[in-house]
Design a protein around this ligand. Sequence first.
Ligand SMILES: [Fe+2]
Length: 245
Amino acid sequence: MISSPVVETPARLKDGVIATTMARAEIVERVMARGELVILKGVFPDEMATAIKTAVADWGRGIDPAEVDDFAGNYHRRRVHVARIQQAPHVFHDYNFNELGALPAELQATLRPLFEPLRELYNALTAHDVQFQIPATGPYVHPQLIHYPSGGGFFARHWHNLSPQKLGFIVSLSRRGRDFRNGGTCFEIDGQVVDTEAHQEIGDILVWRYDHHHWVTQSDLRDKFDWTSDAGRWVATFAYFDPKG
Ligand SMILES: [Fe+2]
């Protein structure tokens, strides 16, 4: 590939909607037809992203980590696993909000200004109509924060089905140099490795075609690993799947 598959474009949050400089139809065209990575720069202010990360970490410290996934509820889980089918090793801490309405009011009031704009954008880009509720059958959205702790958080190469998700969001909720030293998402596109670490800053949304193979590079092993610390790289994602499917 001659031109870079990473496209950066300014965006901002305006009245609870993600206003993009690039037309939404062009984002879809670039991501889905050309396989490019479109980074919507500066959507969420640093203070907002940091407040979200801090509130979620605090919430997690008050609740025991789950041992199994609860695809209908709110839970967090510390993972040191090798994925069974894809054999992808990973070390991270995820926070899952399948039942936003059941969260404490204060945490809901912190999370909805993140996830409602993502929902609106996701529906617009995919022509889905996802809601924050669990249907009797079929896929639904799984709002999630993932923390790659300093001292060795990572996620080895893996992939997902294109359908029904179509495209994914990776929202950066921490600042390199302040909150974490290194680590970022890499993709393989047309046989080339594309490292987005230098492109994604706090508050940015990376939009990517969901069947790109991808991985998350390891945070620096010189740093102390501590499950109870906020230190490290945090992202929010918006996965759409049927756990029974
Ligand atoms: Fe993934």
